[in-house]
Design a protein around this ligand. Sequence first.
Ligand SMILES: Nc1nc2c(ncn2[C@@H]2O[C@H](COP(=O)(O)OP(=O)(O)OP(=O)(O)O)[C@@H](O)[C@H]2O)c(=O)[nH]1
Length: 360
Amino acid sequence: MAARHRHRRAGHAPDRAPRARRLGAAGPARAGQPRFPLVKATLEDPSRPLPPNGSFRSSERWPSPPVDKGKSQKTTRRVPTVNTFPGDASLPPESPRVLVLYRRLIVALGVPRTVLALTIAVVALSLSLAVLIRAATGASLDPARLLPAALIPALIVPPLSWLSIGLIARLDRSERAQQHLATHDSLTELCNRREFFQRMARVHERARRDAQSAWLLMLDMDRFKQINDEFGHLAGDRALRQVADLCRAETRPGDVLGRYGGDEFALLMVGLDRAAAGSIAARLRERIVGTPLHLSDGRSLTLSASIGLAPLLCPGVTDPACLRLDKAIGRADDALRQAKRLGRDRICVAEPRGCETLAA
Ligand SMILES: Nc1nc2c(ncn2[C@@H]2O[C@H](COP(=O)(O)OP(=O)(O)OP(=O)(O)O)[C@@H](O)[C@H]2O)c(=O)[nH]1
């Protein structure tokens, strides 16, 4: 089948990483890690956090080569452009040293953070009060002694409490950021595969308990390798982000959406019948085809995707194949392969007796 990508403007070099200024032939090759070029990336918005290793995220903000120093803004940092595949390890953001020490203290003491913070505040308050009382009883009416003693709690307690509460807040933020990195795909910001499975199991259990129906949608972009090969991996990354955003727009509260694999996405939809699941899939397919991908050099491409749909829980259906999560994934995947075999850019639905084409 002919490629679906249409050039609106021809004669441009592919939109790929080497267009940005390279700092060296290759980045430091650590054991077990692929060698990738170190690229100097100029971030348009320096206030945005630098993406963790394992992401091309900043790439869309690279200025067109040659790097225009006049136009580029402030922050220029070296970003190792490493693998973009979901499930690969991302480094957590670096914690400030004081936070690391605080964390070690908490772990060593083995007490909850709030208890530690309160203890610090109470100890500081008690010490200060003790000083105050001693001063007051020693020379009860001597303002020359009383005043400096009263200043001590005022100077010590608030900063210590502020420090300890501030550290707790920073620790919480840092933990949330690490949690996000561990559960989300850094390119598309969707749930990564592991998180998708965990959420899906929870939602499946709840839907089963509440006798709700559920449908599983698997989507795979068509001829995606060709986009990478012809237009570069940065264009491929953009395409993935665009399709992820379109999938996100079709997700209702309670649904679970994740990046299942390289160019594959999965959506678990709860509380809807076959007709509703089919119309969501049809709308998604149409929007993917109808939303051109604009490249930074002015060209645009038409994307398409194949979709497999499978029932997971249907009221009245007792077939175990329609109740078990792993079976439903297998059936949705079979329907997806069927859609590919039939020519791509279409939806196939897994029925108990095989697959049926819903829309193309
Ligand atoms: N740019 C980019 N490419 C990726 C990423 N993850 C996987 N890929 C590429 O995605 C391509 C997946 O291709 P396939 O799904 O096997 O095949 P396809 O070209 O889409 O063809 P069909 O699925 O048969 O239509 C491979 O070339 C991977 O290298 C990513 O995060 N970014």
